[in-house]
Design a binder for this molecule. Structure first.
Ligand code: 5GP
Ligand code: MN
Length: 346
């Protein structure tokens, strides 16, 4: 059975039936959850609770402190080695599994297998390109700027807008604000403003949310930012590319916490003439690439083709199991393949 619930809203009645009996629901979101991942998960979890379900949100890794303020209606579990059995049991017992803000099961690491093995109905709510087909029910729209926007639309199309309270509205607003780069990226459509406006009408507080997310830096984070901009940002004009390489020693030197490097990659794109910006950093588990682009140049394609990743056209990520130096070499070696696309005037 596959319900498809794209922006066209087919099969909403089947989904309504699914929500009609109380179930043990599990909400999963992607590795390194950002404000959209966590905000949409917590917003949805509160809604499902209000509809009479038991809900547990599970994240594959820890989330940054700047989204720690989001109101948690119930249990939020972070995947850890010593909790594997507990989490496996929760997924086995689930009567419904929601996958938010990711569209490939490997993005939730070991939990991907557990989800695959479960016979519970699966619901995908996401806006990433080229989703894997594993869900019984999809609300997938690649033109949506954020998953939070899709959660709002889902609740609204079920006729339940009045169940959204100010706390949920803050969570969803946070996802929209960050995934649009504070209403600046090319995904900032009329619909984005309409949903944001509805959330503010319900009680979301744009001033508070942006203070909580953007103005809670530690001094170490600002110093890391200063160091990166003055010492680590490289420009390759012949490929209209900027990139940053961060070693694990540097991350340690600035006491880097989860989320501290978020946004650094965007600085490269603010340089006049640059179309591709990449940050390559040495994480404990692997080498992580964070990629941003302008216009028609697709970092989703580059991440998929060379770095075991994906995402959106203008914001994607990937990883390697090479060393940091080898990854940088690989990246610089890949650039000539894209020279024509990178140099294209738009
Ligand atoms: P970020 O650079 O902020 O980590 O991620 C940018 C976008 O790319 C996000 O939408 C994120 O979900 C996606 N993304 C980041 N890393 C990966 C990855 O390893 N695989 C895939 N498929 N998507 C990724
Ligand atoms: Mn998102």
């Amino acid at each position: 059975m596959r319900f498809v619930f794209r922006a066209g809203m087919q099969n909403i009645e089947a989904f309504r039936d699914f929500l009609g009996t109380p179930r043990k629901m599990v909400i999963l979101t992607h590795f390194n959850p950002d404000a959209d991942a966590l905000g949409s998960s917590l917003g949805l979890s509160r809604y499902l609770k209000k509809k009479g379900h038991e809900v547990i949100v599970i994240t594959p890794s820890d989330y940054p402190e700047f989204i720690g303020w989001m109101p948690k209606p119930g249990e939020v579990l972070v995947y850890k080695k010593d909790r594997v059995e507990k989490i496996a049991e929760i997924i086995r017992q689930a009567g419904g599994i929601f996958c938010l803000d990711f569209s490939a099961l490997h993005r939730i690491n070991d939990m991907g297998e557990m989800v695959n093995a479960s016979s519970a109905p699966k619901v995908l709510i996401d806006h990433h390109l080229e989703p894997q087909k594993f869900a019984d029910f999809e609300q997938w729209d690649q033109t949506a700027a954020s998953t939070a926007e899709l959660v709002f639309e889902l609740i609204d199309s079920l006729g339940d807008r009045d169940l959204i309270d100010p706390g949920m509205a803050d969570c969803l607003y946070a996802g929209i604000m960050t995934d649009t780069g504070s209403f600046r990226h090319s995904n900032t459509t009329h619909k984005v403003f309409k949903v944001a406006s509805a959330l503010v009408e319900i009680g979301a507080n744009p001033y508070q949310v942006s203070k909580l997310i953007y103005d809670t830096n530690t001094i170490e984070r600002l110093r890391l930012m200063g160091y990166v901009l003055s010492e680590k940002l490289r420009v390759v004009p012949e490929y209209r590319t900027a990139y940053i390489v961060l070693t694990s020693e540097e991350l340690k030197r600035f006491s880097s916490q989860t989320g501290d490097t978020e946004g650094l990659v965007n600085f490269g794109l603010s340089i006049k003439g640059i179309r591709l910006s990449v940050m390559i950093s040495d994480r404990k588990e692997n080498i992580k690439l964070s990629m941003r682009s302008l216009g028609s140049f697709s970092v989703n394609e580059m991440a998929r083709a060379h770095f075991d990743g994906g995402g959106h056209r203008n914001a994607a990520g990937g990883q390697t199991t090479l060393t940091l130096d080898q990854t940088v070499e690989k990246f610089l070696g890949v650039l000539p393949l894209y020279k024509e696309q990178l140099m294209k005037d738009e």
